[in-house]
Design a protein around this ligand. Sequence first.
Ligand code: BGC
Length: 747
Amino acid sequence: MKKVIFIFITTLIVSCTTMETGRYSGLTLEEKLIEKRVDSVLNLMTLTEKIGQMNQYSTWGEPTGPGAEESLRMEDLKAGKIGSFINLTGAENTRIVQEIAMNETRLGIPLIFGLDVIHGYRTIFPVPLGEAASWDLERIEKSARIAAIEAAASGIHWTFAPMVDICRDPRWGRIMEGAGEDPFLGSLVAEARVKGFQGENLEDPNTIAACAKHYAAYGAAEGGRDYNTVDISERTLHEIYLKPFKKAAEAGVRTFMNSFNEIGGIPATGHPELVPEILKKDWGFRGFVVSDWNSIGEMIPHGYARDMAHAAELAITSGTDMDMQAGCYTRELDTLVMNGIIDEKLIDEAVRRILRIKFQLGLFDDPFKYCDPDREKEMILHPDHIEHARDIARRSIVLLKNDNGLLPISKDKKTIAVIGPLADDQDAILGEWRAKGLSEDAITLKRGIIQAIGENGTILYAKGCEIDDDSDEGFAGAVNAARLADVVIVALGESALMSGEALSRGNIGLPGNQEELLKAIHRTGKPVILVLMNGRPLTIQWASENIPSIIEAWLPGIRAGNAIADVIFGDYNPSGKLPVSFPYVMGQIPVYYNHKNTGRPMQPEQRYTSKYLDIPNEPLYPFGYGLSYTTFEYSELKLSSEIMGMEDELSVSVIVKNTGDRAGEEVVQMYVRDMVGSVTRPVLELKGFSKILLEPGQEKEVEFKLTAADLAFYGADMQFKPEPGTFKVFVGTNSVDLSEAEFALKE
Ligand code: BGC
């Protein structure tokens, strides 16, 4: 730790008092101090060193082992040409590399180490879509907190999460990384995750910088095919896709990542408005923007940049501060500056942003504070973390169907057949983007059930078939097991590599021969519980019509088996609700709850209305849907007034009663509809929810507040404001079963 630090300490003392003007105005004292320190470093840097800070490379494997020099680009590192690494992990490894940056570069500027810590570091939680199904913001935040604690103990300063892309197309593999289809829920989940990763104080060595990605509209890829073209209206961009990003910015997320896709003909990485105008100017974002992996270079195949130099020029002028892995900045920026094509001030601005975050992380004060092998040993797979993994996994489970109360089943003296390719698969349940997660840490459903019933029952296990091939060789064994059982649990779904990046599917039914296996088991006449594990909504029409009980468990993480067993045996009463619609069939996609009404809303008997000949308009399971082992009754929906002024706060209340015989949690949901606008409005928009616990027979009043700001939208003039008129407000247990009331918003 050397040169730079001493220099800025002396300059700081002299100049603290002269900071009030210019760039420093409006900043807190702490922020001003950091700015001053940033400037003191920047003033010492050569152009090459500045560009180096804007350069991020990936490195794999052991930095100390053979080939390390090459994979670390040692010469570049020592020449100050690298500001960040991605994929370098471990307290020891990161220390070795940080030491090189500190001791063998001219200025000793610390590196920032980034990694995709998406749903846990080593303790793996459910995939983010699954966690969103818990609608439990506190626990979602806790998952991110734990992920940060483990990652930070292993030398990581920065995660490329949360992924906040709204997605209305379940074919898109990356739907599993986000919070589903709704911008309101998506925004709150984004905020919770940012808070979880970053904690109260970024300097705390238990916290890491978060990154809102992929900016923007990546989830709107045509046909659900990854990296594909996006062409949406400006209004949809703002109202649907940008909302969670804005919330993440408001929550103080330190970095943004731009996206691979184009929007209306312009790649996001070179978009003149997205970052400079909207993010940095309108939202006042002071962190830095990293490109996605080679997204700068990909502006060439997009047909937007002529060559790497042009790509670098477009990216820097569009506000991309750090180049992930394209090498365009290191190769081209100095020539662009020397030739007067790029003003060095742009580079200074980018470097300032990057250094600012390094300062905020405390790296200049102690570049090694994240490299502590003892803490790493203590924190990785800490028992509290594992306990949370089980808790959040069971809270993420959505009970889709439960005819005749087949579930929960008793633990007493049962012969239980556990069948299916997901029943004992330790790999799939961790999902994609598992950071340092290891399948050997994972508890499968079979094991979870054995642990739950102990000596009490007999388990008959049969795999039945593979996840994705067409063999039926295992069917006979599976059917035999089912015949001998009192109850059959069939675990079906997707492998880890069927959702995630570049893992779009054109057919989102159960892969391979799994549905045939399910049919064969069903024919035994035994009571069947279907457990689904998957990273996206699946089309399960046959199962939903024929199988009495269906549990959607997503890809639940390292305590999958215990969490599902908790639900199956009733140790936990399921409370998850779908954050995304489950289509009836593929032909409905995109199908989402906050759609428009059209001029000819569907009427079954009327030919010339908006519908299909052969399939319903409604999804199989709607947004917000999920059952419990108990029942809830809604009554007395009340508004504090039928008229709301622009400055008023309207109270919306409802009584919710647990009418069953066991305690349960319910996610009470509030939606609104603006009946007439200067542009048409969705038939429903989620505006509030509350997750409550009710004992049997207990009732609670749930109250939501609505202000005019909650009713704002981008009108015909693209101004974001509420318009006076009639509104409906709906409250209920999902986006279909709702009670309604009406009020008027007055000028
Ligand atoms: C993904 C990002 C990820 C990055 C680094 C890209 O391919 O789109 O989400 O953060 O790789 O791994």
